[in-house]
Ligand binder design. Structure first.
Ligand SMILES: [Zn+2]
Ligand SMILES: [Zn+2]
Length: 145
């Protein structure tokens, strides 16, 4: 398995670069924009109104043909791609997991497994960012770049 590191943040609907468990591990993770299943010409994203991306929108649209998908359905059809260094033994590898938060150590996270020690690792929301932007906590994800 060889993941392709994104060329540009614009290619992604999610991107994060962070440490895991007290700085002993680290992870870079991203979710590529989904190619429009209808026109197949461009990729989908949050709707843009007057030049501004509506981060809180409950749907994703194709800028080419206008095809719309509900947020949850859309996101759950995508994968998070992860390059990580495991906090346990320092194993570095790649993983993919569904773009859907699951319960991990009592908090919602994108959960993946270390290929070597099979430890379950999780990418949680960045709490600081979420607190700072209480009104738009979903936005915090996109600001993590
Ligand atoms: Zn389209
Ligand atoms: Zn490990």
């Amino acid at each position: 398995m060889a993941l392709k590191f994104p060329n540009s943040m614009d290619d992604c609907i999610y991107f994060t670069n962070r440490t895991l468990e007290n700085n002993t591990g680290k992870a870079i993770a991203w979710v590529y924009r989904k190619p429009c299943p209808k026109c197949k010409k461009t990729t989908m994203g949050k709707p843009v109104v007057k030049g501004k991306v509506k981060m809180r929108a409950e749907e994703y649209v194709c800028s080419g043909c206008g095809f719309t998908e509900q947020k949850i359905e859309h996101e759950e059809s995508l994968n998070v791609e992860i390059q990580y260094t495991c906090p346990k033994r320092g194993n570095s590898d790649e993983a993919t997991t569904q773009y859907k938060r699951k319960s991990w150590q009592g908090v919602p996270a994108y959960v993946f497994e270390c290929s070597k020690c099979h430890e379950k690792l999780g990418l949680t929301k960045k709490m600081k960012a979420a607190k700072k932007k209480k009104v738009a906590d979903e936005d915090a994800e996109s600001d993590e770049a």
